[in-house]
Write a protein that binds this ligand. Structure first.
Ligand code: EPU
Length: 421
């Protein structure tokens, strides 16, 4: 038996949706918490299966995890033991790899099997390894398991060939206890990195320059527990903005930081979506009769986010003319296009670009959420389509979208879950 989401399309959505805490910040903040010598309280934690998986991993290390109320997580690493991380939970998500940096920083030793996560084409971790080695660690990969050892971590200058989000965060975590100064050059600038550095600094770390491409970390002797509130999820916000642009009369997307979404907001404006931008919300108020095709090139922040190109492609099937989406981060991140084509979209994929010819009506059918943001794309397509869309492999969606069903129903969407053979 498999659980699927069914969506009856064609309804006009209306109302307000509140965005949850950032998934991609949360999945780094939770491993970062084990660097403290006391309890860390994190507020605004989204209710998603990636958080459940990370909680299991924490418990496997002997870390106490208490969920309080709707969105508070208290992580107490006081009784933690550095055990090998080889359970099948490690393979359920990409972010397991943040335990590498955190355990290396704290103990100088890590044993971890290969992390999992969405398949978006090859996702090497050579830059993480390069960073650990520059700090003085020895990294071995044997029988599917990383073994990382360091007698002592010593600050160093590390230039990232690609400004990788994961490598920047992982090196930052490994370096907080290193002797002396670590400098990460060509560091990634995503808001989630700033959030992780904010948590570490509240714990007592000395990290400067986050949000620019040079980050310095001055090693400290000890970190304490603290309280931290997670930033809003800019990718969830983007998903609801695109969804509102596609299928709403008027929708307010609240609890967001509009500056994190500038590249999307300017594209939506270009396509013909009318919006009012507030301090912590964006209201989609209407759209031009005929949406205009546009071109997109994904880039590291503050460029157009790769995670948003998939949901936006669903909307581009409704625009007049040819839109070209070029993927520079993950050249194979186009599986959603095959699924949209099943629904009637006219898309040609010639990696690293997809050509979307619109507008084309979409019709509900059986589709597969091949990865998390493909799932978000198909939800939007399902809301636009005539008839019922059945989305399979929805565990991908549940990894990253807090209360998707509840939020959509509150906007007037008709969707439900069913068990099928
Ligand atoms: N890369 C390397 N070597 C490395 C690390 C990265 O070649 O050691 C390459 C990657 O293959 C990719 C590029 O560098 O081509 C950027 O990858 P990055 O390391 O920045 O990605 P990530 O940290 O693995 C995070 C998000 C992704 C998001 C990317 C890009 C998390 C848990 N994941 O992944 O989010 O697409 O940054 O912004 O934060 C999602 O939310 O659906 C998602 C996949």
């Amino acid at each position: 038996m498999e659980e699927v989401i069914k969506i009856e399309g064609g309804r006009k959505l209306h109302g307000t949706v509140r965005i949850s805490g950032s998934k991609n910040a949360t999945v780094a903040l939770i491993p970062a918490a084990i660097l403290a010598h006391g309890p860390v309280t994190i507020c605004g934690v989204p209710n998603i299966s990636d958080v459940q998986s990370l909680s299991v991993l924490l418990q496997e290390l002997g870390v106490a995890v208490i969920r309080k109320g709707e969105d508070i997580l208290i992580i107490d690493p006081t009784e933690m033991e550095n055990r090998p991380m080889t359970s099948e939970t490690v393979g359920k998500l990409r972010a397991s790899y943040y335990f590498m940096g955190a355990l290396l920083g704290r103990y100088g030793h890590v044993e971890m099997k290969m992390p999992g996560g969405c398949y978006l084409g090859p996702r090497p971790i050579d830059l993480h390894v390069k960073g650990f080695e520059a700090l003085g660690a020895q990294v071995k990969y044997e029988h599917g398991t990383y073994i990382i050892d360091a007698k002592e971590l010593i600050g160093n200058k590390i230039f990232l060939d690609i400004s990788s989000v994961g490598a920047t965060i992982n090196i930052m975590m490994a370096a907080v206890y290193a002797k002396g100064r670590t400098t990460i050059e060509n560091a990634a600038k995503e808001p989630e990195i700033i959030d992780v550095a904010t948590l570490l600094n509240k714990m007592g770390a000395k990290i400067r320059g986050v949000g620019t491409n040079v980050i310095t970390i001055d090693g400290v002797d000890s970190l304490d527990g603290c309280f931290h509130e997670i930033i809003p999820d800019r990718i969830e916000a983007a998903t609801y903005l695109v969804l509102a642009a596609a299928a709403a009369d008027e929708v307010v997307v609240e609890n967001i930081i509009p500056q994190h979404l500038e590249s999307l907001l300017s594209k939506l404006n270009e396509i013909g979506i009318q919006m009012e931008i507030g301090l912590d919300h964006v209201k989609v108020t209407g759209r031009r009769e005929e949406l205009k095709a546009t071109d997109i090139k994904t880039l590291p922040y503050p460029g157009f986010a790769t995670d948003i190109q998939q949901p936006l492609t669903a909307l581009l099937t409704q625009a007049q003319g040819q839109s070209i989406v070029t993927e520079t981060i993950y050249r194979e991140r186009f599986k959603h296009c095959q699924e949209l084509a099943k629904m009637g979209a006219n898309i040609n994929v010639m990696s690293p670009s997809a050509m979307i010819n619109g507008p084309t009506p979409l019709t509900g059918c059986e589709v597969v959420a091949t990865d998390l943001r493909c799932g978000a794309c198909l939800v939007i397509a399902g809301l636009l389509a005539e008839g019922v869309t059945t989305i399979h492999e929805i565990y991908h969606i549940d990894r990253g979208y807090d209360n998707l069903d509840g939020k959509l129903k509150a906007l007037g969407a008709n969707l439900w879950r069913e068990q099928v053979d």
